[in-house]
Design a protein around this ligand. Structure first.
Ligand SMILES: C[S@@+](CC[C@H](N)C(=O)[O-])C[C@H]1O[C@@H](n2cnc3c(N)ncnc32)[C@H](O)[C@@H]1O
Length: 257
């Protein structure tokens, strides 16, 4: 499959996605990615690449909380229009990617990178690899890359927010399409098509392009205390999240100093 196949969100999907209720993400997802990248630590990165930033909500929340310059990129002009209107911040620069490339960023120019809920949108392993390689190029030696996605072991599980991805009882394999149902802030539901990738595939792809010190995290509710914002933690009567991780975090380092 063409590794440059266009997977950018279109205008209606972008508009709906911008209204997503992201409190589960801010309970069991993003805070773990920030911790993995050292954001909030005594020696934090000064620059962050947000690869596939969507409407820019995560970048904006990070910029409001930390002194970190963020390059937030997405191939979708519609997403970037929403981001520039609603989630503008002096620390954030929004840029459009083309063919999975970051030509506007020199080699080794970023301290850290994250890609949240983007790899599941990609239909081929070649594309996962092309993006991981481009992120590796722009990271400085010693910089970390964190990928956050829905957990492949949690397909078919209905979480407390109503989030459901894939069908219960179906054994999905790499590259299989599935449908995710996500809650919007107005109480309506958004159905999105994405793809199944196993935890092993994420790790293999990162290793193939040169990342080392690979780690995988599957956060459950007990892990979020002391890390997630109490307002996000108390937003739902979380229960299934005590034993099942809705999200997976895979992170690794570009070796060198
Ligand atoms: C599910 S949204 C996630 C947005 C954001 N990261 C977040 O956490 O809210 C997926 C985003 O990935 C973008 N995307 C699709 N294909 C991409 C690609 N090849 N490279 C980078 N981003 C891509 C879409 O346009 C969309 O904005």
């Amino acid at each position: 499959m063409d590794p440059n196949r266009n997977t950018a969100y279109d205008a209606p999907t972008s508009a709906s996605f911008a209204e997503l209720d992201s409190r589960l993400g801010w309970t069991l997802g993003y805070p773990f990615a920030l911790r993995a990248l050292g954001i909030g630590s005594p020696n934090p990165p000064k620059t962050l690449l947000d690869y596939g930033c969507g409407p820019g909500r995560a970048a904006n929340r990070i910029a409001r909380g930390y002194d970190i310059r963020i390059i937030a990129v997405d191939p979708s002009a519609e997403m970037l229009a929403i981001a520039s209107q609603r989630y503008r911040h002096p620390l954030i620069t929004y840029r459009q990617t083309q063919d999975n490339r970051l030509d506007f960023l020199p080699d080794g120019s970023m301290d850290a990178a994250m890609s949240c809920f983007v790899f599941i949108v990609l239909p081929s392993r070649e594309q996962l690899r092309a993006i991981a390689a481009e992120v590796w190029r722009v990271l400085r030696p010693g910089g970390r890359f964190a990928i956050l996605d829905p957990h492949p072991d949690s397909v078919g599980i209905r979480f407390s927010t109503g989030l459901l991805r894939g069908k219960p009882g179906v054994a999905y394999r790499d590259g299989d399409p599935l449908v995710a149902r996500l809650l919007l802030t107005n109480g309506e539901w958004l159905e999105l098509s994405d793809y199944f990738w196993s935890a092993r595939t994420y790790q293999e792809v990162l290793a193939e392009v040169g990342f080392t010190d690979l780690r995988v995290e599957s956060p459950v509710l007990a892990d979020a205390y002391g890390l997630a914002d109490p307002a996000d933690l108390s937003a739902y009567d979380y229960d299934v999240e005590r034993t099942h991780a809705p999200m997976i975090l895979i992170h690794g380092c570009r070796p060198g100093t």
